[in-house]
Design a protein. Structure first.
Length: 257
């Protein structure tokens, strides 16, 4: 009887050892620790500084540099306003025209201002007093990430009419008023200069400064701008080439960025 009890105990001990040594079942990929919670998808993270902050309005003033004004005037061309309906109104204000900012978004793109600004459908007209030719430039948008000012010439497809140095994100954002502020010169592109000269029958556009822009764009005040635009980040110092490209606009006025 005692021998039977000892044999039973030995069998139980061996069975326990085998079960303990057996490997645990492989965990399926569907229930791994990295899988999203049951019944839903894991949210995609949006790193700080890559958030688009909506633009809710604002204003912009576009002024023609004095040297370009003089060159155009010498060839009989003056600058006028164009309203949203396309009506042309001559003006005598050498300081430029005002355009409303109607929308867009701003991002932090590598420590520089990124995103887009869209302006009201109004614009600028170039009027040749001698030939009575009129060229309308309307539908302005600013591609902040590319440093490109785009517009429609005489209602055609939107094209890049000028380029500008992209400003740094930190000095351009006023967090107290939730405003993007830009003060920058815009250089005419070769393609736009050729088209404007051909349309007007002049040679007034020969490269160089096209406009000077002062922009105050109102940002969504409900957004935490410091987090959304990563304003605590300080970009690396500009290279020698970068500092040269951000030189003074005509008249000694510094460009942003």
């Amino acid at each position: 009887m005692r021998a039977r009890h000892l044999a039973t105990a030995a069998v139980l001990t061996l069975t326990t050892a085998v079960l303990t040594a057996a490997p645990a079942p492989a965990q399926s990929s569907a229930t791994s620790a990295t899988a999203p919670p049951t019944g839903g998808r894991s949210p995609e993270a949006r790193p700080a500084g890559h958030t688009e902050v909506p633009v809710q309005g604002g204003s912009a003033r576009f002024a023609t540099p004095p040297a370009l004004l003089a060159a155009l005037k010498a060839q009989g061309v003056v600058i006028a306003d164009v309203d949203a309906q396309g009506a042309v109104t001559p003006h005598h204000d050498a300081d430029g025209i005002n355009l409303r900012v109607k929308g867009g978004a701003v991002t932090n793109s590598g420590g520089k201002v990124g995103g887009e600004l869209r302006f009201a459908d109004a614009g600028i007209a170039l009027v040749h007093r001698g030939t009575k030719k009129v060229v309308k430039i309307t539908g302005f948008t600013a591609d902040l990430g590319q440093g490109a000012l785009r517009a429609r010439i005489d209602g055609g497809p939107r094209q890049t009419v000028g380029t500008f140095t992209r400003p740094g994100i930190t000095p351009s954002i006023d967090t107290a008023t939730a405003t993007l502020r830009m003060n920058t010169g815009i250089t005419v592109t070769a393609a736009a200069a050729a088209r404007l000269n051909e349309a007007l029958g002049t040679t007034g556009f020969s490269g160089g400064p096209l406009l000077h822009a002062r922009i105050d764009a109102a940002l969504d005040p409900s957004v935490d701008l410091r987090t959304a635009l990563n304003l605590g980040h300080r970009p690396a110092p500009a290279t020698g080439e970068g500092r040269r490209s951000a030189g003074a606009w005509e008249g000694g006025e510094p460009l942003a960025g």
